[in-house]
Write a protein that binds this ligand. Structure first.
Ligand code: MN
Length: 251
C-alpha cells in the first residue's frame, strides 16, 4: 500500500499536544540548578493517530495566512480532530488498526464521528503539506502538463478551482483530484468529507491538493471575504508537493 508522506506517523508528533519551542540555555549547557527533562513518554498504544508537526513555523505564511490563525487552526482545530478520531475509533472496533486512507474508504454516512474527525485529520494533514514556503509560483513539468490537458491552461484551472472554493456553501473544502484514469478533476465537499470517502461523496478520486474554506481557516484575517483568502491561498500552494502527491496517486 502506498503511504503518503504527510500522513506518516513520526516520533516527533504528539497526540493533541504541541511541542514547546526549545528554551535557550545560552551556552547550550543546562544549569546545575535545572533538572534534566523527563524523557518524552512513548505515545500510548491505543492512540492510532497523531497530530503531525507543521512543516514550517506558524508565522511562515504571514500575512497571507496570519500567525494566530495558523496556531489555532493547527494547535486547536486539527489537534481536536485527532483527539476525537482516536476516541471515535476506540468506540468503533470495525475501524481499529486501520490507516487513515483505509478508514476513509470504509466509512459510511452514519459513522458520524469517524467520518467527521477522520476527514478532519486527513484533510488538514494534507493542507499543511501543500502550503509554501517553497517551490515555484505555478505548476511545472508533468503536473503543469496534466493541468493543461485537463483544464486548457493554468489560468483556466485556477479560475475553476477558486470558483469551486467560493461557491461551496457553508463549511467544506475544494479539491484537485486524480481520478481512476489518472485525469485531474476539481470537486468540492461539505464539512470534513473528502473524495476518498467512496461510500459518501459523489465525485471520488485521490485528492492531491485542497483548500479549507471553513471560516476558522480565514475569518480572523479576512472576515467574510472568502474570495480574498482563496486568492492568497493560490499564491501559497507548494506545487512541488502537489506534483509529488500526483505521482504517488498515479495508478
Ligand atoms: Mn480547518
Amino acid at each position: 500500500m502506498k503511504k503518503r508522506d504527510f500522513i506518516k506517523l513520526t516520533g516527533l508528533a504528539s497526540a493533541g499536544l504541541i511541542i514547546a519551542p526549545l528554551a535557550s540555555c545560552g551556552d547550550g549547557q543546562p544549569k546545575a540548578s535545572e533538572k534534566t527533562a523527563e524523557p518524552t513518554p512513548e505515545p500510548a498504544e491505543e492512540l492510532s493517530f497523531l497530530l503531525p508537526q507543521l512543516p514550517f513555523a506558524y508565522n511562515a505564511l504571514d500575512p497571507k495566512i496570519d500567525t494566530i490563525t495558523m496556531e489555532i487552526h493547527h494547535g486547536k482545530h486539527h489537534a481536536g480532530y485527532v483527539r476525537k478520531l482516536n476516541a471515535a475509533v476506540a468506540e468503533a472496533p470495525g475501524f481499529a488498526g486501520m490507516d487513515i486512507e483505509s478508514l476513509l474508504a470504509k466509512v459510511e454516512a452514519d459513522d458520524t464521528a469517524v467520518r467527521n474527525n477522520g476527514g478532519g485529520h486527513y484533510n488538514h494533514s494534507m493542507f499543511w503539506e501543500i502550503l509554501k514556503p517553497g517551490g515555484p509560483a505555478q505548476p511545472e513539468g508533468e503536473l503543469a502538463a496534466a493541468i493543461a490537458s485537463a483544464f486548457g491552461s493554468y489560468e483556466a484551472f485556477a479560475e475553476q478551482f477558486a470558483n469551486a472554493a467560493k461557491t461551496r456553501f457553508g463549511s467544506g473544502w475544494a479539491w484537485l483530484n486524480l481520478d481512476a484514469s489518472n485525469q485531474l478533476f476539481i470537486s468540492s465537499t461539505p464539512n470534513q468529507d473528502n473524495p476518498l470517502m467512496v461510500n459518501i461523496v459523489e465525485e471520488t478520486g485521490t485528492p492531491i491538493m485542497g483548500i479549507d474554506v471553513w471560516e476558522h481557516a480565514y475569518y480572523l484575517n479576512y472576515q467574510n471575504k472568502r474570495g480574498d483568502y482563496i486568492q492568497a491561498f493560490m499564491e501559497l500552494i507548494n506545487w512541488n508537493v502537489v506534483a509529488e502527491n500526483m505521482k504517488m496517486a498515479m495508478k
